[in-house]
Design a binder for this molecule. Structure first.
Ligand code: GLN
Length: 447
């Protein structure tokens, strides 16, 4: 813990943490040391973990990197933090992220952007950018993020790490600040596949506080990792043909395809007819859900209340106008629009139908293949400020991550080397619901 705190202080300019629980972490570490000596410590003893600042931990602030929750303190602990603590993890602090997890560059945070440790003029990725950089710059052993449309996988790719989004329904969302509830999933950001497996097995499994959780057995994923047999892998041919995909990203994909073939796996290109609909479908639905979830920040129940408010209506209007950032407001307005009486069928209901089609099409591919292989992002970490002006450009860069989010399938981003400028590149594997063990097995040998 002392070592990590030293690194956090030394790298404060990266802006990865919104708060460090230094004194508390040191104290907890001492208690765990004593338990290790007695031989009664949990399986995460010695693991120092940072959590994204949208995960509740009783008695600690949780802000979702928003002005509206800047001074809010959690009144209960999320299920995942309870489970981490029960296995003797040390929670070292809460990490910067995009406001309410909306973004892909960590440039939408009230607390400012996060710098990529590989090149400090570039973004960390997002929305779990602080979590990824905290691991990348050795400020903790592992970090927990949330992934709604790619927010664990894409920053992991930008920082050269492993990022796992489990199957929807694997990990409790109790105590996670909601963005889009039918997509939100907690996931680990780690250096190794084994650590991702270990954190998954600790956090996963039924919870009486989250009715969307499945009852599927939670195996000891980390102990069960074993060499996979020969697999059938489909890769998206558009990833190689699209002009929007960076040349180094394409070359890396080709290198891995050849490597897998040389190892005896079957690797074939597939076309995905609905590719163009993925990003629009994701954003229509995610914004609709967000507009509903964020209606609770009204200046009355909790969080920021405008000092200029004079009556109920101005309390709502002024607190929300002053408390939310630009991107969050844009999404609340668009989400409200697609849910409004005159447009509901044309946008929201339509997007739900397309989501179902994408799920069916994806399931059909996974009947024939074990994994779908794609780049995690179309390009490596881009320059800070580059995409800020055009949100649509940023939205489109989620093209490869939203498939797993729309379908609920598990997906993992794996480090696949650096480009010539030293920027990390990531490749992503997607598989069948609840097949995390196979995903982890293959990932371990794919790296
Ligand atoms: N970039 C996507 C969005 O802005 C994904 C964010 C996330 O997964 N939280 O919605």
């Amino acid at each position: 813990v002392e070592g990590y705190i030293g690194n956090i202080t030394e790298n404060a300019r990266l802006n990865a943490f919104n708060e460090v629980f230094a004194a508390e972490a040191l104290e907890e570490a001492k208690k765990i040391d004593a338990r290790i000596k007695q031989g009664i410590a949990g399986k995460l003893a010695g693991m120092v973990i940072a959590i994204k600042d949208n995960i509740c931990y009783k008695g600690h602030k949780v802000s979702a990197s928003s002005k509206i929750l800047k001074d809010f303190t959690s009144v209960y602990t999320s299920t995942i933090v309870e489970r981490l603590l029960a296995e003797d993890a040390v929670i070292i602090g809460r990490c910067n992220c995009d406001e309410f997890a909306m973004g892909a560059a960590n440039e939408n945070s009230y607390f400012g952007h996060v710098k990529n440790f590989a090149d400090e003029t570039r973004v960390s990725g997002g929305s779990s950018g602080g979590s990824a950089v905290a691991v990348q710059a050795n400020m903790c052993h592992a970090a927990i993020g949330t992934d709604t449309g790619g927010s664990v996988r894409q920053p992991a790719a930008f920082c050269g790490l492993v990022g796992l989004k489990p199957t929807y329904g694997r990990i409790s969302r109790h105590g996670i600040i909601a963005y889009a509830s039918s997509f939100d999933q907690v996931g680990p950001i780690t250096r190794s596949v084994e650590d991702a497996a270990l954190l998954l097995e600790v956090m996963a499994g039924p919870d009486e506080y989250d009715g969307t959780l499945a009852n599927n057995e939670v195996a000891e994923f980390s102990k069960n990792i074993k060499a996979p047999g020969k697999k059938k892998i489909a890769y998206l041919q558009e990833a190689l043909s699209s002009p929007g995909v960076d040349a180094d990203v394409k070359n890396t994909l080709v290198t891995y395809i050849e490597k897998l073939r040389a190892e005896g796996h079957t690797v074939k290109p597939i076309a995905f007819d609905h590719l163009d609909y993925m990003v629009p479908t994701y954003y229509v639905l995610a914004m609709a859900e967000a507009s509903s979830n964020l209606s609770r920040y009204d200046g009355v129940h909790y969080g920021y209340r405008s000092p200029a408010a004079t009556d109920l209506s101005s309390t709502y209007k002024k607190s929300r106008s002053e408390g939310f950032g630009k991107e969050v407001k844009r999404r609340i307005m668009l989400g409200t629009f697609v849910l409004s009486a005159g447009y509901y069928d044309a946008y929201f209901a339509k997007a739900q139908k397309v989501r179902r089609l994408i799920r069916e099409k994806t399931d059909a591919i996974l009947q024939e293949y074990d994994f779908i292989l794609v780049p995690t992002a179309p390009e490596p970490a881009f320059a800070i400020g580059k995409q800020e002006k055009d949100p649509v450009v940023t939205y489109l860069s989620d093209i490869f991550t939203v498939q797993a989010s729309l379908t609920g399938a598990p997906a993992i981003s794996l480090p696949a080397g650096n480009n010539s400028r030293g920027l990390p590149l990531g490749l992503q594997l997607l598989t069948k619901h609840f097949d995390e063990q196979e995903l982890l097995n293959f990932s371990k040998y794919f790296l």
